[in-house]
Design a protein around this ligand. Structure first.
Ligand code: PAF
Length: 285
């Protein structure tokens, strides 16, 4: 497995691989890999084929963290990440320094202006600008045919799809399903912050999604409004005082606009805090 730290050397290597007609699949991550990431790496391998190139980037991108957010505390374990990538047959990893990715003075950003203004974008106003900027840079450095992202960050995935289309990146965006712990908690590097009690209650987000699905299955002919389904599912929060809901929304999966009534394919989006830890989850209804 090759390890690149300099953007220039990664880019030259990738351009050469493209000239040699190798399919390239990219998996951008912020490291601290878990089973969810591994499933994305496997999806990338499937897309690239056994002789194609799978590249994993391990980079905690500072521009997507707002002031007072957890950039410094974000969990990191490079040694373990490299071992996982090696055992998954990854061809190259990219572990750049901040100075090389954002050489001073740095003044160029990519901004998606529609989907990014809602939901996560309200609490975290500069977050998606950081995401679209780093993802564009990684696309330009690695020249992939395919890039794989997790559905766990559903809004992020939709914004990246939109950006890819808007900026004519010749890249197919693939999404991998959210992987969950046995009790339903969506896998996330940030789960490492949770205390035992918070961890126990954090599953309520998934339980809310499951309850919404159950209600719809139980009474499929009823015309459910979002507000009615919202109040039924929010009752579960009464038993989880450590979980503070930020938003719960039923949205059109393409526009991310709030839906008044529930129909098939509507996405339920949830964000909450357990102490200072932000938890997000989503599911299709
Ligand atoms: O989803 C993530 O881990 C990050 O937002 C990404 C896409 C790797 C960009 O830093």
């Amino acid at each position: 497995m090759k390890r690149f730290q300099s953007p220039g050397s990664l880019q030259s290597w990738c351009l050469q691989k493209r000239l040699e007609n190798n399919p390239i699949a990219l998996v951008p991550t912020m490291g601290f890999l878990h089973a969810g990431h591994v499933s994305l790496i496997r999806k990338a391998r499937k897309a690239a084929g056994p002789t194609g190139i799978v590249i994993v980037t391990l980079y905690v991108n500072p521009t997507q963290f707002g002031q007072g957010e957890d950039f410094d505390a974000y969990p990191r374990d490079l040694k373990r990440d490299l071992a996982i990538c090696r055992s998954e047959g990854v061809n190259a990893v990219f572990t750049p320094s901040h100075g090389s990715m954002y050489a001073s003075p740095y003044s160029t950003y990519v901004n998606e202006t529609l989907l990014s203004r809602q939901w996560e974008g309200i609490q975290r106003p500069s977050h998606f600008r950081g995401v679209t900027t780093i993802v564009s840079k990684l696309f330009l450095l690695t020249q992939p045919h395919v890039a794989v992202f997790g559905e766990k960050d559903f809004q992020q995935a939709m914004i990246i799809r939109q950006m890819t289309r808007d900026l004519h990146f010749p890249i197919r965006i693939l999404l991998g399903p959210t992987l969950r712990e046995k009790d339903g908690l969506a896998m996330s590097s940030r789960n490492a912050y949770l205390t035992e009690n918070q961890r126990g209650q954090a599953t309520v987000l998934y339980q809310m999604i499951q309850l919404a699905r159950k209600e719809l299955r139980f009474d499929p002919h009823r015309k459910w409004t979002s507000s009615r389904l919202g109040s039924v599912t929010q009752k579960l929060l009464q038993a989880t005082p450590l979980i503070r809901l930020d938003y719960m929304a039923f949205v059109d999966p393409h526009t991310l606009q709030q839906a008044k009534t529930i129909r098939k394919g509507i996405r339920m989006l949830l964000a909450a805090y357990a102490g200072k830890t932000r938890l997000i989850d989503n599911g299709s209804l």
